[in-house]
Design a protein around this ligand. Structure first.
Ligand SMILES: Nc1nc2c(c(=O)[nH]1)N[C@H]1C(S)=C(S)[C@@H](COP(=O)(O)O)O[C@H]1N2
Ligand SMILES: [Mo]
Length: 201
């Protein structure tokens, strides 16, 4: 063991590369596209983002309203279940905390829903506390359609299938109900550090 250990102190980003790549993953430098169906091209005039389901009062934003909310720029590593990881991806969007501000709910789970019908389920806790965003820019440019533009969910601490592209809202639920890939056997939670790829992992 070396006397000066790089991994010993500092923020997670200062970790050596290997320590940032979850087990079974390899690093890519391109940005692969993984979509279960065709890429939707919704009109921004009709676009809305909703918070609905088990909430006292549902909330809804137009595109202009969403863009007017305070945004954050974040740089995170992303991890696809098909084993590619991409380090230091930079996104801009609205924190889910901002959208949930003032929302009263007893629900513990969320179904993200999208144009095109894709869904994915997550614990509400994984979308709060500065861990998730509705992202509309990537690398300083509007998010490309193929990567989920106009806006996608970004939940980088879980496998990337939880980061729903073309997201249109969050439905709060009392029970954890499987979304699209979860119905086909993907893990209900999807922690890349625990290799929770498929149900039973
Ligand atoms: N609406 C929607 N969101 C989706 C998907 C999809 O098929 N439809 N694929 C998921 C999967 S499996 C991955 S790995 C990422 C891929 O995002 P990318 O195409 O921007 O790399 O989006 C996730 N979000
Ligand atoms: Mo994926």
């Amino acid at each position: 063991m070396s006397f000066i250990s790089r991994g010993f102190k500092g923020r997670p980003r200062d970790k050596p590369r290997d320590a940032r790549v979850p087990p079974g993953q390899y690093v890519v430098h391109d940005f692969p596209v993984l979509s279960a169906g065709p890429t939707p091209h919704p009109s921004l005039d009709a676009w809305t983002f909703s918070i609905e389901g088990e909430v006292d009062t549902a909330k809804r934003w137009t595109w202009a309203e969403l863009r007017a909310l305070p945004s954050e720029t974040v740089t995170r590593d992303i991890h696809c279940v098909t084993k590619w990881s991409k380090l230091d991806t930079t996104w801009e969007g609205v924190s889910v905390d901002t959208l949930l501000d003032g929302v009263e709910t007893a629900a513990d789970y969320v179904m993200a829903f999208c144009d095109g019908g894709y869904t994915t389920n997550l614990p509400l806790e994984d979308l709060t506390g500065g861990k998730a965003w509705i992202a509309y820019a990537y690398d300083g440019k509007p998010l490309e359609s193929q990567h989920g533009g106009p806006a996608r969910l970004l939940v980088p601490h879980l496998y990337f299938w939880k980061s729903a592209k073309w997201v249109r809202g969050l439905r709060l639920m009392n029970e954890d109900t499987p979304g699209f890939w979860e119905t086909y056997g993907y893990h209900m939670y999807g922690d890349p550090w625990l290799e929770q790829r498929y149900s039973g992992d």
